[in-house]
Design a protein around this ligand. Structure first.
Ligand code: NIG
Ligand code: FE
Length: 390
């Protein structure tokens, strides 16, 4: 294999405290990284770098791990511009808008859906996202959900079955029947194509008992749980996620003290999705309280045509710092190592020997610029599995 040394990195975020200055970000000043094939083989101070076959000069810029976006909904067709416009004129967000996207998605061809996933993943990659989870949830029939997952799996390993996004319009008068469908024939058809099972536990979607039924059925089929929890109001989602040792409770916008304690003590990551609060003009989740309680926090885009039509992790970092009480260091860590934790992955989200060579070189001298220079395209170069892709 050919080794490549990336040298003259002014500021390297490793997310490995043992490598750097002892901070959670594991910062190294004047650093180098050596990659071999799809792996990182060395990271440290430039003057100690081992010889390599090739060299890339980072020109005194900052490098961080590629972003890990652990929550997106990319298998969809159409958009919801009118709904967004109405919201910006004062109409509140409601989960009912999901039905618009369900109709458009069902009507779309496989090729159209696959091209959409590819387009948004490419858009994210250009901004530094090298790992991206994505979900079904706009099909809501056995065939349409299985199709969405098959298409998602062509593009990413992190695929989530969200048949329990809302009660299908076909079952409007029989929500219990829809839960039976999701936990029975739909799960049978979908489980082979997914790693995760998710449910939208919220008023207007699925209550605590229904969510528990969905998640436990998925677990019995070998899927791992994650939960859309406490987005629009208080509810049982977070407690259920922690009780079932879900990898992540996502949204976490409306939390009680008991919810914060549970997330602080359990292994379930609190995944915050500030694009959704931005695009629905909702209150911000309190990242500060979660961090102070000891919770692991992830930041993700929630990219979807209804509540958060952004693929930009830098945008989410800037919002989290400005409006959710996170420091720039915490937000960058949440968008990299936090996302990896929310996907229970140790091979991404860090720059250390053995990790995947997923790297983001910033057109800036420090990772802090991601929050300091909001809206500015700072992704200078991106490596995914050792290949330079942007
Ligand atoms: O995570 N909350 C549920 N699902 C998405 C929104 C989906 C939509 O509005 O199309 C979310 O915000
Ligand atoms: Fe979501």
């Amino acid at each position: 294999m050919t080794t490549t040394a990336i040298t003259d990195i002014a500021c390297l975020v490793t997310n490995d405290p043992s490598l750097g200055d002892g901070s959670p970000l594991g910062l190294i000043r004047d650093a180098a990284v050596v990659i071999d094939g799809d792996r990182i083989v060395w990271a440290g101070e430039s003057n100690r770098a081992p010889a390599a076959d090739k060299a890339v000069d980072a020109g005194g810029r900052a490098m961080i791990p590629g972003f890990v976006d652990s929550h997106s909904h990319l298998v969809f067709a159409g958009d919801r511009t009118q709904e967004f416009n109405a919201r910006m004129s004062g109409r509140p967000y409601s989960a009912g808008g999901i039905r618009t996207t369900v109709a458009a998605t069902r009507a779309a061809s496989d090729d159209e859906l696959s091209a959409n996933v590819a387009r948004y993943l490419a858009e994210a990659l250009r901004q530094g996202t090298t790992t991206c989870e994505t979900k079904s949830g706009y099909g809501l029939t056995v065939e349409d959900e299985a199709r969405a997952l098959r298409i998602a799996a062509r593009h990413t390993d992190e695929v989530t079955f969200l048949g329990a996004h809302i009660v299908s319009p076909d079952y409007a008068d029989d929500p219990a029947g829809y839960v039976d469908l999701v936990t029975g024939p739909m799960l049978d058809a979908c489980a082979p194509h997914a790693r995760w099972i998710d449910v939208f536990c919220e008023q207007g979607a699925f209550d605590g008992d229904q969510a528990r039924a969905v998640l436990t059925a998925g677990i019995a089929k070998g899927l791992h749980p994650r939960v859309h929890a406490n987005q629009l109001g208080h509810g049982p989602g977070v407690q259920l996620a922690v009780e079932l040792d879900a990898a992540s409770a996502d949204h976490c916008t409306h939390l009680t003290d008991a919810d914060i304690d549970a997330l602080g003590q359990g292994d379930t990551v609190a995944t915050l999705l500030p694009g959704a609060e931005f695009s629905t003009r909702a209150v911000w989740p309190d990242a500060r309280r979660l961090l102070d309680a000891g919770a692991t926090v992830a930041l993700s885009t929630d990219c979807n045509p209804g509540s958060s039509f952004t693929s930009s992790m830098p945008f989410c970092i800037a919002l989290a710092v400005r409006d959710m009480g996170m420091t720039p260091d915490e937000a960058v860590r949440a968008a990299t190592a936090g996302g990896a934790a929310a996907l229970r992955r140790t091979d991404v989200g860090r720059i250390a020997p053995g990790a995947r060579a997923d790297l983001l070189l910033l057109d800036a001298p420090s990772h802090v610029h991601l929050a300091y220079r909001p809206g500015v395209p700072l992704a200078d170069a991106v490596w995914q599995r050792g290949a330079r892709v942007a």
